[in-house]
Design a protein around this ligand. Structure first.
Ligand code: CA
Length: 226
């Protein structure tokens, strides 16, 4: 069940939102001022926050800003009382994901909530095949060919290569490779990544000691160039 924190100081609106969201199957917690919102957001880690702007103690902009400063990336939909563009722009600049202008229909709000949650859960677009020089890679099967000859890639080798190719030209830190390729199961050392990259170069580069595609970014990680 997805958890939504609703922050609103107007009691009738708060109660109406809570009822409607619970009917939709969400688990709802509520806060009536900005300070309580901050505390609850940090302690309950909701999946989404509906955040009014005009609130006692801390306003919604301030709550949004502080949550983002604390590194919390929970989606936030701001509830704005005015249709003034400055409110919307400021909210989005401070890290809100969307906004909805009062008065709004519950149906519209539910649609926004679903859209924001869906965006949050959507897996990033993944490259399935790629070709550079005389190398062709099929990431779905973790296989490649070099000059027409088949090359076996291990699960982790294919994962590293896919991450680098997806972010072509961009330096990728070793820690990000750990997060995205190894996930949270096993945590190998960054040295493990280096060993996998050595093997990738042996399999795919013309001269593994002077790589032309899988490059080292000193003190940081790796990047891929065509
Ligand atoms: Ca208010």
């Amino acid at each position: 069940m997805e958890k939504i924190l609703v922050v609103e100081d107007e009691p009738d609106l708060l109660m109406g939102l809570q009822d409607n969201l619970e009917i939709e199957g969400y688990q709802v917690t509520t806060a009536k001022d900005g300070q309580a919102a901050l505390d609850l957001a940090m302690s309950t880690c909701p999946d989404l926050i509906l955040l009014d702007i005009m609130l006692p103690k801390l306003n919604g902009f301030e709550v949004c800003k502080q949550l983002r400063q604390k590194g919390m990336d929970t989606p936030i939909i701001m509830l704005t009382a005015k249709s003034q563009e400055v409110d919307r722009v400021l909210g989005l600049e401070l890290g809100a994901d969307d906004y909805i202008t009062k008065p709004f229909s519950i149906r519209e709000l539910l649609a926004r909530i679903k859209a924001v949650l869906r965006r949050r859960h959507a897996p990033p677009q993944q490259i399935e095949t790629y070709q550079f020089g005389d190398v062709k890679i099929d990431f779905r099967k973790s296989v490649a060919t070099k000059a027409g000859r088949p090359v076996e890639l291990s699960h982790y080798e294919a994962g590293i290569l896919r991450l680098l190719v997806t972010n072509k030209g961009e330096p990728i830190a070793r820690n990000r490779i750990l997060d995205e390729v190894w996930g949270y199961e096993l945590y190998p050392t960054t040295r493990t990544i280096d060993n996998h990259v050595v093997k990738l170069r042996q399999k795919l580069e013309d001269d593994p000691h002077n790589p032309a595609h899988i490059l080292t970014v000193h003190g940081m990680g790796y990047k891929f160039v065509d």
